[in-house]
Structures are given as structure tokens and as C-alpha cells.
Design a protein around this ligand. Sequence first.
Ligand code: ATP
Ligand code: MG
Length: 767
Amino acid sequence: MDYLKGLNPSQRQAVEQTEGPVMIVAGAGSGKTRVITYRVAHLIQKGIDPFNILVLTFTNKAAKEMRERIMKVVGSEAKNIWMGTFHSVFAKILRVEAEKIGYPNNFTIYDTDDSKSLLKAILKEMSLDDKLYNPNFVYGRISMAKNNLISAAEYLKNDQIQADDFSTGRGQLGQVYATYTARCFKAGAMDFDDLLFKTNVLLRDHPEVLHKYQHKFKYLMVDEYQDTNFSQYLIVKKLAAVNYNLCVVGDDAQSIYGFRGANIQNILNFQKDYPDVKVFKLEQNYRSTQNIVNVANSIIKNNENQLEKNVFSDNDEGDKVRITRSYSDNEEGKSVAESIIQERSTKSLDWNEFAVLYRTNAQSRSMEEGLRKLGVPYKIHGGMSFYQRKEIKDLIAYFRLTFNNNDEEAFKRVINYPARGIGKTTIDRMIVAADQYGKSLFEIALNAPQFLDNRAATAVGNFATMIQSFAAVAKTSTAYDAALHIAQHSTLLKDLYDDKSVEGLARYENIQELLNGIKEFSEREDIEDRNLSVFMEDVALLTNDDNEKAEDKDTVSLMTIHSSKGLEFNQVYVVGLEENLFPSQMSLNSRADLEEERRLFYVAVTRAENKLHLSYATSRFKFGTLVNCEPSRFLDEIDPKYLEIDLPKKSAFVSNEKSSFDNERTLWKSTTGGESKTNDVFSKPKPASAQKVKTTALLSKAHVPSPDFKPEDTSSLQVGQQVEHERFGFGKVLNLEGNKPDIKATIFFKDIGQKQLLLKFAKLRIV
Ligand code: ATP
Ligand code: MG
């Protein structure tokens, strides 16, 4: 039982309490995920069959890492544990059981793009205004309904929902939902939310299936339980209802998916659902320095809605948390890149020990630019997946259609790509016919002469027979041979090969990469069935973290805060800490939303092990225009004693600059409706004792460089010379040491005192 030595007493108790309901609610970095990992290893050591263990994680990557760790303790048996995200685990079960609820076993999984494209088509057919019925909005509504297990029929019958929709002029939403559901069903397709919704339907309507899985999964564990929605909650509850060996871990302070229907109540209600639950508290944070933990605590205590927790760290006090201000988003990207280079060299770190976290995907642009310019290798995680690229989706659509002829979105995607002279009018005619006769587009295509003129009928008919021939080939070939055959005979490969532009070349290479991946799959020895239809099963659920290449290993990670959950990095940069960005503008409507935004900040901060950097820009491009930005209110909530802020006094020049900025700010506020009002409504009055100097007030005194400021090559700087630093202001060189290009200068700055700087990175000008 050597492996149990890596646990503290409460963690160990939680691991050894293998029977009955167990809940661990604890702060970030306190070892919740570690407890689950060890618990699984412990169960297997105790003789539990890995096939009887189900572990639900938040990402596929988390599952993969957990499995690797368990493997170290129990060996290759760990392969047999059922482990993955809710979506991937239940997609796997639905593949076996789908026919019971009227779906083919080879059902297609529609990704978000497919769903939105179908919704657009439906909105058009129903002649609904796509501004009022914005497809993103409609998708969100349907998703929310499904995650709350409200079917289209129930949606239409619910007076409250109907009244709400009518009052916003969107009375047809229920009808859109119903049509969307019917069309997915006809196409043999499930969207992401269906994977959970239909699992619920399956378990509700088929007691024998429920019984089978209740007995199969004797031990259930759920990580990040605070972010499960109602649909997920119910699946877990039902599956655990025989053995009651359910262990959930989570942190209410890290609940960040409210917008997706996740429900913090799940944690709060656990004790009601399982009165004999054993609750374990973990209070020691093993991940971060004391300064980081203290900063995190000082942020989260501003939320009213939270469970009482005492999180502490026994690690070193560590560096103070650094706050940096930049003049623009591009500047911010540059300053992050410079800081990473400097920290990496002074602390001898690898690139992969750094992460840059942002609130919105759009912010990755300026970060990428900054990193690229300075040659810092990076990888965007959780962003657009390899499998989301157009050319990959095109080829996969051919595969989908081959295995599921009814797949409407795949059909529309490739019927005329590569071009085969089938125009929009022909396709529209087919859609009308499909609707009129209750047939799929593919069936219409097989009987094309009945519906189309000769020329169009021939082209469409040839397409349908080609797809049928693909199916015949796929039945008798390996996955790779089938995929290559389809890529060639659909002429997709040739079309990409003929495009000699840089983008065309990249697309061709991507297809090659996909084919290589399929080849590897064809040669795997650990799975029995290696044909293309098996490869296709969960392709829609893969993210770009699932095809990580060796050269991606030592790179800086860029990701949204949402996708950073559960991860940890030596150094973390949280960027864009500005009002209306973080907290986001949309969160300013209610206290609940603002508190969720604050939890998101808490998640970001607690990813850091040794050093946390926070930054904001005073101007940023948004929707193509440059807007001025104010520092985030969250910065004010941090106790300044844990912060490292540069505080030079203003020079005469600064005050002039400031007044001209003020005019623009007033102008901007009057056009955006101002934000001070929302500030007044939502900022919580602080008790007198908590009054402190505002961090952002201190920051606003930072040095503003002279208008003609330009960093210069200072490699021949002399002791005694006067310099201006971009942020530290004016100073005098006291000492120089080291050789080019690593000369270190000791400079006495008028406003902030003595600093040591590496000249090659320092933004200095000689005065
Ligand atoms: P989060 O809330 O962010 O998901 P968590 O509670 O799941 O965090 P873990 O990721 O399990 O925390 O643990 C945080 C870090 O602390 C990991 O690097 C883990 O290996 C380490 N750790 C946890 N417990 C111990 C321990 N008893 N001894 C040494 N290291 C530990
Ligand atoms: Mg965790």
C-alpha cells in the first residue's frame, strides 16, 4: 500500500472509504482529483474488476492523464476502467443501445456547427427573422431545455415558457425546437446535448437497460461535480441507485458553467439525496505558493453565495503576484512574451510550464502575435479542433454519409463539393421533395429522375451511387484503405492537391495527417474492430488536445479560463483584466452572473503553482474599433500586500496626457451608456475594516512614457547615464555587470528605487 503514502490523512480516509456515498467539497489544488485517481487504484488493488468502475471527468485529457497515473500503480488493467467525459462515455453506451430508442447504432453525432447549420435551414424554411431568432441564441435555448430534460413537446406545453417566448416576440421557438428534433431524428443524428438527453430517455423507458448498467457500474466517481447539469445529475443518480457507491468531488467556488445549465445546487443537495453521505474536507492547497492562495482567497470572499472553506498553503510564500498595465492589447501580448522569455531563462523553466489564460477566444490573437514575434513556441488548447477544420469536416462528411445515408448535414455539405454541377435550385428542390414525401435527401437522390430534370438527375444519381459504392468498399477494407478510397474517388484529394496556394497546401497536409491517424488506428492491436465506422464513432467528440504531436509537447499553453479547469502550470498569465471584458459585459446584469464571473477569476488564479501574472490594457480593439478600457474591479478586490505593483509618481507630462484621455473616456462612456451605474448597483458595500487602498488607484499612478519614447539598443550604456524606462520612469545607471548580450544593469529610478534589469529585455531609452 505504498501508494497511499502520497496522501494526507483526510485524503487517505476519502480514498479508503470505498463504500457508500462520499462527497468531497474542497478548494482548488487540495487534491480532489488526486483522491479520485488513488481511489480507483485502491479499488483495483482491493480486487474490484476495472470493468465495474466508471469515472466521469471534465475533459478527455483529464481522463487520459488519470488513466496513465493509475496504470503506474495497477498496471495495464487500468485500460479496462470506464473513464471519460459524460459525452464520450454515454455516446459509447448509446452506440450499443440506440436501437431501443429508435436510432440506428451508427447514428451521427452532430457537432455545434452541424446543429447551427440545421437550425439556420429551419429558420429559413419557417421564414423567421434570423436577427430575432439568432441561430446562436436559438441553439442556446434548445440546449438549455435539453439539459433540463424538457423535450420539444413539453416545451410547447409549458405555459410559462410559452408566455416568456411570446413576450420577447419569439413565440415560434417551441416550433423550431420541435422541427429541429424531428429533423435530427430523421437524419439519424444526435447533437451533443442529445447524448445526455437520450441517455436519460433510455434509462427512463427501458428498465432492463437501466438494470444492466446499474449492476455493471458498481463504483462511480465524478470529478468537477459542481459543473454537472440536471441531465448529467440524473444519469449519475439513476446509475448509482442500486449500489450507492458514488463518490463526487467538487468545489462550489469553481462552478463556472451556469450558462450551460450546470447547477451548483447538485453539490448543495447531495446531502439531501444521500443522507448517509460521508463528507470529507480538504483544506490544504498543495499546488500554489502562499501568496497565490492568499490572493485567491481574497477574491472569492467577495462572493456571498458560497460554502465556508478554509484553504491554506504550506508551500513557500513565493513571489508576489505581479500586475502589469499595457497601453494596448498588442502591447499586452508583447509584454507577456517578453516576461515569459525572461522568467524562463532566469528560473530555468521549460516552455510548457507557462500558460496564458484569457476570458474570450478573441483575445488569443494579440497573444499569439506577441509570442510569434519573439519566437516563443505555443499551442492553443481547446480552441478550434483539428477535426473542425473545413477540409477535415468535408472528408469526414463523406465518411458519415457512407455509414449513415440519412445524415442530412453531411449530405448537404458534400453533394456539390468538389463541384459536380449540382446547383442550389436542385438542392432546394430535393429538400422540398424530401419534406413532401417524408424521405431523406439520400432517398430522393436515389430516385432523382422522379423529381429533377435529366441533367440534374444524372449528376445527383451518380453521387448517390458513388456513396453506395463507398459503403461496399468500407465493409470489406481496413479503415485506412476505405478512407483513402473515399478521399480519392470523391475527388476531394485531387481538388485539394490542385490548389497550389499556401492555404491549399496546408489543407492537403491536414488531410494527409487525418489519413495517417486512420492508418495508425487500422494498425492498433488493442481493439478488435478496426474498420472506418468504428474510427468514426466519437470523432465528433475529439478536441485538438486529442491529437497532440510530439513537437507540441514543449510549448506555452494558450487557452480560455473555462478550458483551464483542473489544470496546473508553474507560471500563469491571466490577461485582459478589464471592465466589460473580465467581468464580461454580459455578466453585469445580475449578482448571480457577476459571482460566476468572479468564480471564473478564482479558477484562473488557482491554476498557478509558483507565479501568477495579471495584466490589463488601457485600450483594446473590439469589433474593429479602438476602445479605452478600465482595469477590472476584480483587481481592486485583491489585498495589495500580496501584489507587486510599480508605483512611479506622475511626471508633468503625465498629467497633460491624463486630461486628454479623460475627455475620450467621458465621450466613450456617454456612447456606451457608461459603466459607473452598473458599478454602483453591483459593488458590494464593504465593511469599514475592509476598506483598503484600491489596487487600480495605485496602478493609475504608473509611469506613462514620454510621447517620443522608443526603447533603444542600450548595449553600450555607461555607468552614470540617465535613462527613461517605459514603466519605471526616469533613473540613473549605478552599475553594469556581465557580458553582451547578457549585461545586467543596476539602475536607481527616481520614483521606485533601485532595480536590476537585463538590458536585452529592458525597455529603456537614454535621456
Ligand atoms: P482543482 O480544484 O484545481 O481541480 P484539485 O483539488 O483537483 O484541484 P489536484 O489537482 O488533485 O487538486 O492536486 C493539486 C496538486 O497538488 C497536484 O499537483 C497534486 O499532485 C498535488 N497534491 C495533492 N495532494 C497531495 C499530497 N498529499 N502530497 C503531495 N502533493 C499533493
Ligand atoms: Mg481537480
